[in-house]
Write a protein of this length. Structure first.
Length: 202
């Protein structure tokens, strides 16, 4: 059985247009909402036009259907950078832009990618990653920790967490996040979110 089926309960859905998650008719918080609610980030205004087209191009590439679509010229150098990363790091995606729900903590999120990659050129490791067309920021570590907690636990421990920065000159940069406190911060964000809702706190 696919492990995602073990996490997502019946009635779980994601509305792409509003970027909201539901269990039946009930709205549940997403990762950006948790980070915003706890003032780790500012108001989320959705993906930029460039970011959206780049994400779409990378998604089509990873699903092997890119030849069926016309990729905007603006996205091409970023797609080339993503292809270089996949080749150089032997990245093999298992999940691509997949919405998931954590039944224990009661929050949801959509993972850019989860799979395996060649770490330091020596061995393949499990990894969860974010694709960015901007510079990585500290809170991305918490974002990735919350994404990792949406997935089944591994006997080897938490997955590697990285941001892959794609640049307009067709180069890329990999930014790792290794601080295990990110997981505690992520769980605290969830707990405080529900505390405010359940206790009517300001």
């Amino acid at each position: 059985m696919d492990s995602a089926a073990q996490i997502n309960p019946e009635g779980f859905s994601f509305d792409e247009a509003t970027h909201r998650y539901f269990i039946g008719p009930r709205v549940v918080p997403g990762i950006h909402e948790l980070l915003r609610d706890n003032r780790l980030i500012g108001e989320f205004r959705g993906t930029t036009g460039r970011g959206e087209s780049v994400h779409r191009a990378c998604e089509l590439h990873d699903k092997g259907v890119i030849d069926e679509y016309v990729i905007p010229d603006e996205a091409m150098p970023y797609l080339m950078a993503w292809e270089k990363f996949c080749t150089e790091f032997g990245f093999r995606p298992r999940r691509i832009e997949e919405p998931l729900y954590n039944t224990w903590l009661c929050y949801a999120g959509r993972i850019d990618r989860e799979g395996t990659y060649l770490h330091k050129g020596t061995a393949f490791r499990n990894v969860v990653l974010e694709i960015k067309t901007v510079k990585a920021e500290w809170w991305h570590g918490v974002q990735l920790a919350l994404q990792d907690m949406l997935l089944p636990r591994l006997p080897t421990g938490p997955r590697h967490r990285i941001v892959v920065e794609l640049h307009k000159d067709a180069t890329f940069h990999v930014e790792p996040f290794n601080d295990m406190n990110d997981f505690a911060i992520g769980q605290a964000c969830v707990a405080l979110f529900w505390l405010r809702r359940n206790k009517n706190c300001a």
